[in-house]
Design a protein around this ligand. Structure first.
Ligand code: CA
Length: 245
């Protein structure tokens, strides 16, 4: 199974290292960021499962990071790290959309228990999707490959696989172009070439439904004025070994 990925945003080097060590020993992939802005960027990368967020940070404070993150990742689990006695920080953090808090100093066992608990109850904690399938064929995310029902194969670019993966782990939800930009490209900034997304989607659709195939299922549905979502006919495969055509 994929190791779950935690981003730790903490400017105190000793505490940051301690947190990374605890998480790694606990079986997580842990990535550190020493300031708020870097932490925000790291947290927006594809495949992040949880963010541990200090509040007093250089470049962008923790509550601001949380507010910005919530615009694009409304359900990404966030645990804030607060100093003992700063109840107001805690309250503001929870009001700002944090899922839980841990008071510094904390024990390794307590930290891991909190992380586990938040991940367990997180609504958007997606089952890792290995592949998706329609009558036309199967998209294998691990190989970045489409295997058509007739046995032919085609490769997906990393970006195309990223787009499809993000749609697949959010079935039934319309994903805006901005969100796709942030999640797949890791870019912030509103009017930055959202048309590039449309071009990728068009090309992706062409790959998924090449002209010579008989089946023509909707892998990706356009929701006018809002964005894209996974087609209703698409089945998610979350087993270790995706079926290959
Ligand atoms: Ca700090």
């Amino acid at each position: 199974m994929r190791r779950r990925k935690v981003v730790v945003v903490e400017d105190e080097p000793a505490i940051l290292q301690g947190l990374l060590d605890v998480l790694q020993v606990g079986g997580y992939e842990a990535v550190g960021a020493a300031d708020g802005l870097t932490g925000l960027e790291q947290s927006r990368h594809l495949g992040v499962d949880l963010v541990l967020l200090d509040l007093l940070l250089p470049r962008m404070d923790g509550l601001m990071v949380l507010a910005e993150l919530r615009k694009t990742h409304p359900n990404l689990p966030v645990i804030i790290l607060t100093a003992r006695g700063s109840e107001e920080d805690r309250v503001r953090g929870l009001q700002g959309g944090a899922d839980d808090y841990v008071v510094k100093p904390f024990s390794a066992r307590e930290l891991l228990a909190r992380v586990e608990a938040v991940l367990r109850r997180s609504p958007e904690r997606p089952a890792p999707v290995k592949a998706i399938k329609t009558t036309a064929g199967t998209v294998d995310f691990e190989r970045c490959e489409i295997v058509f029902a007739g046995g032919q194969r085609a490769n997906l670019s990393e970006m195309e696989a990223g787009i499809l993966t993000h749609l697949a782990v959010n079935p039934g939800r319309v994903i805006s172009r901005d969100e796709l930009l942030m999640r797949v490209w890791g870019i912030g900034g509103g009017n930055l070439e959202t048309r590039a997304i449309d071009m990728h989607i068009t090309r992706l659709r062409g790959k998924l439904n090449p002209p010579n195939t008989e089946e023509n299922p909707d892998w990706i549905v356009t929701v006018r004025g809002k964005g894209y979502m996974l087609g209703a006919e698409v089945t998610l495969l979350t087993t270790e070994q995706p079926e290959a055509g």
